[in-house]
Ligand binder design. Structure first.
Ligand code: NAD
Length: 477
C-alpha cells in the first residue's frame, strides 16, 4: 500500500549510513510499490556535485549494498526520483535551492544523517529558509547525546524549532521484525502474559554480541564505549519492551509511557553487578588498544550487568544484559528463562528442564520456545527440551525469509507519521539519567576494564556474574 506523497531530504546523503542503509531501504520500499510516483528523495551534503553525479553515486551504493533483486530498470526508475543539492549545514550555501525543490502541501521529512554536532544548525536553518512547516518531520540518528546534560541540550535545541511530535529519534533495533513480534507475542496471545512476571520467570538475558571489532571506527568508539554506544539505547529499548506493562493501545504515547516507567523503575547498579571488558589478541594489531589512538584507553568494548526492575511485576527477577565487540559470533537475542516446575513427578535423576522463550534478532530473525517433552522410544520416561521453532521463513513461507531491513519500516513510519517505534525525548533523558552514574563511577575509580580474548564470550568475570547465582549465560553461537 503506497504511503502518502512525500519529499524526503537526506542531510548527509553522501555519507556511509545513507549509502549503506537509508538509500537501499528506500529502494526496497520503492520496489514494493510504497512510493507514490510523485514522491521525491533529495540528497543534501557538503560535496559539490549535481543530481546526475549523485544518481551515479546512489547507483553504486545500491549495487554495493543490495544483495539481490536489483534489476537495472528498477534502479533507473528509482534514480529518476532523486535530486541532489550541495548544502552547508553551518552556512547559507544551497538552502535557497533546497527550499525551491520542496513541494507545497506534501509530507516533508528531513533525515539528519550527519554528525550530531550539526543537528542544531540544521534545525535552525530549516526554519530560517522556510523549509520547515507543520507537515514536516525530522529524523535524528544516534548518538542522542553522550550524557544527560548533552541529551537535554539537544532536546532543547530541536524543540526550539520542532514540536515533539515532529521529532523521530531513531533506534534501528525497534524497527526489527522480531522486536515488534515480541509485542505481538506478549499482547496478542493469552499464553504468555499470565506467566510474564516474577512468579514464573527466573531471569531474563539480553545479549547483543558482535563479532567485529572497532576497526576503522576506533576514534569515534573510544570516546563512547559499549555503555554509551549500545546499552543506553539499544539494550535499554529491548529491556523496556520485554519488561513493560501492557499499554492500553498500540499507540505512540501509550507504548512510550510504559517504556519510560521501566527505565524509571531501574535500580542503581552496584559495582559488583557490572563487568567491563576490553578485547585482547595475541595477533599484532588485533587488540582493542592497537585499534584506538590512546594506548592507555580505559574504554570498554564489552559490558555485562545484572539489573533489577523494581516494580510489582519484576521484584526479585534479575535482567542480565551483555554486549561486546570481537566476541565469538554475531548473535543478538532476548531470552526469557522460566522457573522450574514446582515439583517433578519424574524424580530428580531426569535433570533440570526449563522453558525458555528465545527471541532472536540476528542472525535468522525468529523465536524458539523450548518445551520439555518425552524423548521418543521405549527407553522409559526420558525428558528432552526441544524448540518450537518460529523461524519466520519456516512458519510463514519463503517470502517471510525476506525480512525487511529495520530502516525500511522506520522510514515509512516517519512518512506515515507513526512515532510508536521511535524514542521520545523523555525516554532518552531517563536512560541517560540511569547510565550517567555508572559511567561516572568508572571514571572516579579509574579501574581498567577486564581483558577478554578475541573470539571468546567475554571476560571470565562476566560468566561469574551468573555462576555465583547458580545460573549461566546462554550460548553465543
Ligand atoms: P559520514 O561521515 O560517512 O557522512 C557524513 C555526511 O555529512 C556526509 O554526507 C557529509 O557530506 C555530510 N556533512 C558533513 N558536514 C556537513 C555540513 N557542514 N553540511 C552539510 N553536510 C555535511 O557519517 P555517517 O557514518 O553516514 O553517519 C551519519 C550519522 O549517522 C552520524 O550521526 C552517525 O553517528 C549516525 N550513525 C551512523 C551509522 C553508520 O553505520 N554509519 C550507524 C548509526 C548511526
Amino acid at each position: 500500500i503506497p504511503v502518502e506523497d512525500f519529499d524526503l531530504v537526506i542531510f548527509g546523503g553522501t555519507g556511509d549510513l545513507a549509502r549503506r542503509k537509508i538509500l537501499p531501504a528506500l529502494f526496497r520500499r520503492f520496489q514494493a510499490g510504497q512510493m507514490t510516483p510523485e514522491s521525491r528523495i533529495v540528497g543534501a551534503a557538503r560535496s559539490e556535485m549535481d543530481s546526475a553525479g549523485y544518481r551515479k553515486d546512489v547507483r553504486a551504493a545500491l549495487e554495493e549494498f543490495l544483495d539481490k533483486d536489483r534489476p537495472k530498470a528498477e534502479i533507473d526508475d528509482f534514480l529518476e526520483r532523486i535530486d541532489y543539492v550541495a548544502v552547508d549545514a553551518t552556512g547559507d550555501g544551497g538552502w535557497d535551492e533546497l527550499s525551491k525543490l520542496l513541494r507545497k502541501g506534501v509530507t516533508r521529512a528531513f533525515y539528519f544523517s550527519v554528525a550530531p554536532s550539526l543537528f542544531g544548525a540544521l534545525a535552525e536553518r530549516l526554519h530560517q529558509h522556510g523549509c520547515a512547516g507543520p507537515k514536516c518531520r525530522i529524523v535524528v540518528e544516534k548518538p542522542f547525546g553522550r550524557d544527560l546534560h548533552s541529551a537535554r541540550e539537544l532536546n532543547k535545541t530541536l524543540r526550539d524549532h520542532f514540536s515533539e511530535n515532529q521529532i523521530y529519534r531513531i533506534d534501528h533495533y525497534l524497527g526489527k521484525e522480531t522486536v515488534q513480534n515480541l509485542m505481538a507475542v506478549r499482547f496478542g496471545n493469552v499464553l504468555f502474559e499470565p506467566l510474564w512476571n516474577a512468579h514464573y520467570v527466573d531471569h531474563v538475558q539480553i545479549t547483543v554480541a558482535e563479532s567485529v571489532g572497532v576497526d576503522g571506527r576506533g576514534a569515534y568508539y573510544d570516546k563512547s564505549g559499549a555503555m554509551r554506544d549500545m546499552v543506553q539505547n539499544h539494550l535499554m529499548q529491548l529491556l523496556c519492551l520485554t519488561a513493560m506493562e501492557p499499554p492500553a493501545r498500540f499507540s505512540p504515547d501509550a507504548v512510550r509511557d510504559e517504556k519510560l516507567k521501566v527505565i524509571r523503575a531501574l535500580e542503581a547498579v552496584p559495582p559488583a553487578d557490572i563487568v567491563r571488558g576490553q578485547y585482547v589478541s595475541k595477533s599484532k594489531g588485533e587488540s582493542y588498544l592497537d585499534q584506538v589512538e590512546d594506548p592507555g584507553s580505559r574504554t570498554e568494548s564489552f559490558v555485562a550487568m545484572k539489573l533489577q526492575v523494581s516494580n510489582w511485576r519484576w521484584a526479585g527477577t534479575p535482567f542480565y544484559l551483555r554486549t561486546g565487540k570481537r566476541l565469538k559470533a554475531r548473535h543478538t537475542e532476548i531470552a526469557v528463562i522460566f522457573k522450574d516446575a514446582p515439583h517433578s513427578i519424574f524424580g530428580q535423576s531426569l535433570g533440570r528442564h526449563r522453558n525458555v522463550l528465545a527471541i532472536r534478532l540476528q542472525p535468522n530473525e525468529g523465536m524458539d520456545l523450548f518445551v520439555t517433552i518425552k524423548e521418543p522410544g521405549p527407553g522409559g520416561m526420558r525428558l528432552v527440551d526441544v524448540p518450537l521453532d518460529m523461524t519466520f521463513a519456516d512458519a510463514l513461507g519463503p517470502d517471510a525469509a525476506d525480512v525487511p531491513d529495520a530502516y525500511e519500516r522506520l522510514i515509512m513510519d516517519v512518512i506515515r507519521g507513526d512515532q510508536t517505534l521511535f524514542m521520545r525525548g523523555d525516554e532518552v533523558e531517563a536512560a541517560w539519567a540511569w547510565t550517567d552514574p555508572i559511567i561516572e563511577g568508572w571514571e572516579d575509580t579509574g579501574d581498567r576494564p577486564k581483558t577478554y580474548e578475541v573470539d571468546s564470550t567475554g571476560p571470565e568475570e562476566a560468566a561469574m556474574l551468573l555462576h555465583r547465582e547458580g545460573r549461566r549465560w546462554r550460548e553465543i553461537a
